[in-house]
Design a protein. Structure first.
Length: 295
């Protein structure tokens, strides 16, 4: 009888990258069980030696028949987002998740695996002109899901005016600025946007010299590559979603009162509902402070 673990992930690409650290700990406890990850974001798991395969439940109507029936399976259908420690911001997401699974959290970071051919394809597109020796500065000022209410979320994103100031200074210092964004997000001036696939964009971060990210997938990717980055935080907490590897800059300006009668367990909607916006203006970070940490 096949011994396996079915590990379900409900969430986006960043959560999946973080989950690679959790699954690594699960594999250490259960080395003789194969692991099947159920997620729509298999991109984060390709070539990962800790798992057997990923399965998208959306495209697998007979999952029980094909993967559960007749097997010795342990099912981890556990969501750290629904835990008390998560809402009270007591521990990191990875630590909470490990505890839910009953495995020891050993401080492991996320893991990503790319083939040499994947790297070569990315390098050829990142550096089309061999004579251009400028180092790469990667910036992701906006994150979030494709279906969030607005292209810009004040609750997560770096205000574009501040992001533009940083880009301008980095360009003056001799960097090539690469803007990580979706095609429906507002482009920064004097930056390059390369139409990578998501996996290629993840791989490309490995070849960057400097990085400025928000609380989104790129910060998890940089952690997997052990690349120090500057990460800005508006409403989420670096204690939960962040990593000590990075310089984490949180908003320090005071909030104005908002009567958020629809708030449930969290104070603000991460999608950035405008009636919840608690600041007088968008100068919630200092571009000078960000640049000091970058340079």
């Amino acid at each position: 009888m096949k011994k396996q673990i079915i590990f379900n992930i409900a969430g986006g690409i960043g959560k999946n990258i973080a989950a690679t650290a959790v699954v690594s700990s699960v594999k250490k406890k259960y080395p003789n069980r194969s692991i099947i990850v159920t997620t729509p974001w298999g991109t984060a798991w390709e070539n990962n030696p800790d798992i057997e395969k990923t399965v998208s439940l959306e495209h697998t109507p007979h999952f029980y028949r094909d993967y559960v029936r007749g097997t010795d399976s342990i099912i981890f259908r556990l969501d750290p987002y629904n835990c008390d420690d998560f809402f009270h911001r007591r521990k990191s997401l990875i630590e909470i998740w490990c505890e839910l699974c009953g495995v020891e959290y050993d401080g492991s970071s996320p893991k990503l695996f790319f083939t040499e051919e994947e790297k070569n394809v990315v390098i050829s597109r990142l550096f089309p002109n061999p004579e251009d020796k400028r180092p790469l500065f990667f910036i992701q000022p906006s994150g979030g899901a494709t279906n969030q209410p607005y292209p810009i979320s004040w609750a997560r994103d770096l205000p574009l005016g501040i992001a533009q100031e940083v880009v301008n200074e980095m360009n003056k210092k001799g960097y090539r600025s690469i803007h990580i964004r979706r095609d429906n997000q507002i482009p920064l001036e004097n930056t390059e946007w390369i139409t990578f696939t998501l996996r290629q964009a993840m791989c490309a971060i490995k070849f960057s010299e400097k990085r400025l990210f928000v609380d989104s997938f790129a910060s998890h990717v940089a952690t997997a590559f052990n690349l120090h980055s500057v990460v800005t935080w508006v409403t989420n907490s670096p204690k939960v979603f962040g990593y000590d590897l990075h310089t984490n800059i949180e908003v320090k300006v005071p909030e104005e009162f908002r009567h958020n009668i629809t708030a449930y367990i969290e104070k603000y909607n991460i999608g950035g509902l405008w009636h919840e916006h608690p600041y007088k203006n968008d100068r919630i970070f200092s571009s000078e402070e960000i640049l000091n940490h970058l340079l």
